[in-house]
Structures are given as C-alpha cells and as structure tokens.
Design a protein around this ligand. Structure first.
Ligand SMILES: NCCCN[C@H]1CC[C@H](N)CC1
Length: 289
C-alpha cells in the first residue's frame, strides 16, 4: 500500500490493482451489507468505494451510467415502465429520466447507506431521485422481482456490483429467470457483465444462462471506463420472446443535448452500435453459443 493512494485490490482481478491518489477521505462507514467509503481523488473527482471496489468516480461515471441505460432503452420504440435493480447511487435513474416516453421508474437497492451517501456526496449523480416518476424500494432485488406480477416492465436494468458480496445472487440463473418473468414479451434487460479481459469464464456462464432463459435476442456489449478493472466493462442485452430486438441499431434516438442540467457526455448512436463489436477472443466464445 502506498501512503496517500487508494489501490483497488480484489480476488476478482488477481495480481493487478488500479490506484488513485487520495486528497481527502470524506466518508467511511459500515452498512448492514458492506463497507462504504467516499474519497476526494486528485484527478477523478469524488470516488465511491464498496468493500474496497470502485463503484464510480465523478470523472468517468457518465460512460457506465449512460451506456447501461441507453443501450437497452434506445433499442425499443417506446419504453414506459422501467425497473432498476441496484444502482443505489442514482446515476442510472438520472439517465432513465431522459426518456420522455417513460412513465414509471422503480428502483430496488439493498443498501440504504449507498443512497444516503450518494445524495450527500454525489448530488449530480443522485439527482436521478428527484424525478417524480421514481419510486425507491430498499430491499433485496431477488425478493422484489419474485413479487412482481409477470410481464410488468418494458425494461429492467441490473446495475450491480461484482458477484462477491451482496450482488452475488444477481449473477445466477434463478435471478435471470425472475427478470424474464417480470418483462413483457419483447421487453429488454441490460445487466452489468464484467470484463472480457478478466472474466471470460463468468461471461461464458452468463451468456449460456441468458440463451436458456431469454428467447428473443442475446447480445454482449462493452465500453471503456478508465477506473474499472482493465479499463473496460461489459453489458448483457437480452430480450424476451416475441419479435427479436435488434440491439445493434437504436430505434429510439435520444437527443445528445436534451436540455437537461447535465447533457449526455458519452453515449451517442455511433458508440451504441460500436459497443457490440467484439475482439476475436471474445467473439469466439460469446457468438458461438
Ligand atoms: N452504479 C455503480 C456502478 C456499479 N458497477 C460496477 C461495475 C464494475 C465493478 N468492478 C464494480 C461495480
């Protein structure tokens, strides 16, 4: 450990650790589920850390929040009812709220401390909670989905941490089945799907489970987030039975300058399509299933 630096060490990425210079530690706490820390970094703004793993930084959170939201929502013509599992920082809510067709935004986050800490230290991320369409449920996403009537949602976004700790169940088959049940025919799900550089085995399992459960289309997309391990993060985009959704060509464009306080910084229709282009080592595994 280097004094004055935060290093992201995890068994999920052995032998490597991205480090950020600490200016000041702003918050340290322990919730019922995980250790929560916020620090002011020298070059990435404020940083949210859960159990020693970087969840977001002010400088690059736009990449993840915009892509995990607009890849699914721009792929269907008229999303109305959207559910977010996880995402307690509110960043995905901020992005979902850009879609004027959306009438109802439900969120189920297990850790209230993440919500409160985000509102206190990341107001431009937690601004998502201010939209009147948003309803916050504090609880376990697995239980929440089991209670949802079949076919309720047009889109579900699973903004999870890694499959170590509270989010472990969000990477398992029964959870994907409950997501499929909660979606209408032709509905879409987008989940956080780790790194093709670090987690091809995890991705292989997720893709296999998704092909068994989602009878529409199943696609893997990825993007660059400098402060996530290996500098990239992926997403599973799936649709339920019904006309297969063409995730690669957005049907529902979002204005790059939608007049909101914080306009889009990262997502656009070209990068939407490009996100599905995979290097051969990943294509070989993912597209052969
Ligand atoms: N809404 C915060 C993003 C949570 N997703 C992250 C993906 C990469 C992981 N190593 C940590 C969580």
């Amino acid at each position: 450990v280097i004094p004055g630096w935060f290093s992201e060490i995890s068994p999920m990425w052995p032998g490597e650790a991205h480090s950020l210079k600490i200016e000041k530690i702003l918050f340290q706490g322990k919730s019922d589920y995980q250790n929560v820390m916020v620090f002011q970094s020298s070059t990435y703004g404020k940083v949210l850390v859960l159990d020693g793993v970087i969840q977001l930084t002010e400088r690059d959170e736009c990449a993840y929040q915009e892509m995990i939201t607009h890849l699914p929502l721009c792929s269907i013509p008229n999303p109305k009812k959207v559910l977010v599992i996880g995402g307690g920082d509110g960043g995905v809510l901020r992005e979902v709220a850009r879609h004027s067709s959306v009438e109802q935004i439900d969120i189920c986050e297990i850790d209230k401390m993440v919500v409160d800490v985000s509102k206190q230290f990341f107001p431009r991320v937690a601004i998502g909670y201010e939209d009147p369409r948003v309803t916050l449920n504090v609880g376990d996403g697995v239980a929440f989905l089991r209670a949802v009537p079949a076919g309720t949602y047009d889109a579900i976004i699973v903004d999870s941490s890694d499959p170590i700790g509270p989010a472990q169940e969000l990477f398992e088959k029964p959870f994907f089945q409950s997501v499929a049940n909660a979606l209408r025919p032709g509905g879409v799900v987008c989940t956080q799907a780790e790194s093709i550089w670090l987690h091809m085995h995890i991705i292989e399992d997720i893709v296999s489970n998704c092909h068994q459960i989602f009878k529409g289309s199943v696609n893997y997309a990825w993007t660059t987030v400098p402060t996530y391990p290996s500098g990239v993060i992926g997403f599973m985009l799936c649709s339920t039975e019904g006309p297969p959704v063409d995730f690669k060509h957005p049907v529902n464009p979002i204005a790059e300058n939608d007049g909101s306080k914080d306009p889009l910084k990262f997502y656009n229709s070209e990068i939407h399509t490009a996100a599905f282009c995979l290097p051969s080592f990943a294509k070989k595994v993912i597209e052969s299933m």
